[in-house]
Design a protein around this ligand. Sequence first.
Ligand code: KG4
Ligand code: ZN
Length: 327
Amino acid sequence: MKILSIETSCDETGVAVLEKKDKIKVLTNELASQVELHKQHGGVHPTIAIREHRKKLPILLERALEPSLDYLAVTVGPGLEPCLWAGIEFIKVVAISLDLPVIPVNHIEAHILTPLMNKSIEKFLPAVALIVSGGHTQLVLVKDVGEYKILGRTRDDAAGECFDKTARIIGLPYPGGPAIASEASNGNKLNIELPRPMKNTENYDFSFSGLKTAVLYYHKEQTDKSEEYISSMSFAIQEAINDVLIHKTAKASKDFSVKSVILGGGVSANKDLRKKMKEKLNVPLLTTSPALATDNGVMIGVSAFFNENKAVHWSKLKADANLSIND
Ligand code: KG4
Ligand code: ZN
């Protein structure tokens, strides 16, 4: 079985073709990142994002297209609504011309299922999944494929958003996550300490806006913005965000006696987060390669293989910016 999948929910345009025989295999993986364009705005600019999706989709499709497809798949939510529509409108035309059914995909579910690709799921489910990106921070109990319960989420900024905003405050480029991770590798020579908002609350919710404010005040007070200061501050930001993420995820994995922890979304590319999370857990940690952690077309195809029974006629597709995975 062969599926062509499309992702346009935020600032990456992804088109992929995956084939399943005994295992799922990625045949083509085309990606157009808009990071350079959004850099000037310090974050995702929706009008530019839609324009780029529309420009890039036909180009990527021509490169990715394979013969004898069985299904198409597209992200229908959650995400920026106009961006979701760009992908949906495009896939409708492909569906009409190739006369194929379309599998609507939930973007968060795709982040959850991608680390389970080609694994025997009985061995790893139930699991707790931490999905951390620029738009989302969710801790999800994965009882089975399609059976999810959101345990907690951020009450304000997402973890990736916190990396992006604090990076901007201290003068590092967008996206902030990789920039902060790179600076942090030089260590915290100045021993900067930052707060860990909501770390010790009984629930599984997160809050990152207080951390951002703490960085802002610290930065304003700092007269000597030396390289040593930038690397120390980056180290402290990364430590504070990762510490809270790891603490709450480890707590949930114990509380629900799960068989594994799944880590997905752009922030899951963070090496320090992966390493320390692994050390803290007493169950296996499932992740993707860093290239599949940030948004891409492959993750939509993987989720589609798990959701073949949800295929619909193209006329039924619609975007839902706030689509949830709660059952
Ligand atoms: O999943 P994603 O590509 O897009 C959204 O759905 O938002 O995630 C992008 C986010 C950005 O906030 C970026 O700063 C963050 O992921 N990110 C990282 C790293 N690579 C990307 N954060 C921390 N460490 C990284 N290495
Ligand atoms: Zn994402």
